[in-house]
Write a protein that binds this ligand. Structure first.
Ligand SMILES: [Zn+2]
Length: 65
């Protein structure tokens, strides 16, 4: 049962079928997507920051021993 579906992509937010060159279906999804990206970037900065802090703490505590 392989129906020939025309080439399409899916909205990154709601998963709706959209034209191939599109990534999002509506302005609402676009807004949600940018918010999501911004939040993800902030989380990444926090993660890198805490990893750096942990490494710094390990280095500092091992250096003082
Ligand atoms: Zn959408």
């Amino acid at each position: 049962m392989s129906e020939t579906v025309p080439q399409h992509a899916h909205c990154h937010i709601c998963g709706k079928a959209i034209p191939l060159k599109e990534t999002l279906c509506s302005d609402a999804c676009k807004q949600q997507y940018t918010t999501l990206l911004r939040r993800r970037k902030i989380i990444m900065y926090i993660m890198y920051g805490s990893i750096f802090a942990i490494i710094a703490i390990i280095l500092l505590s091992s250096g003082s021993l």
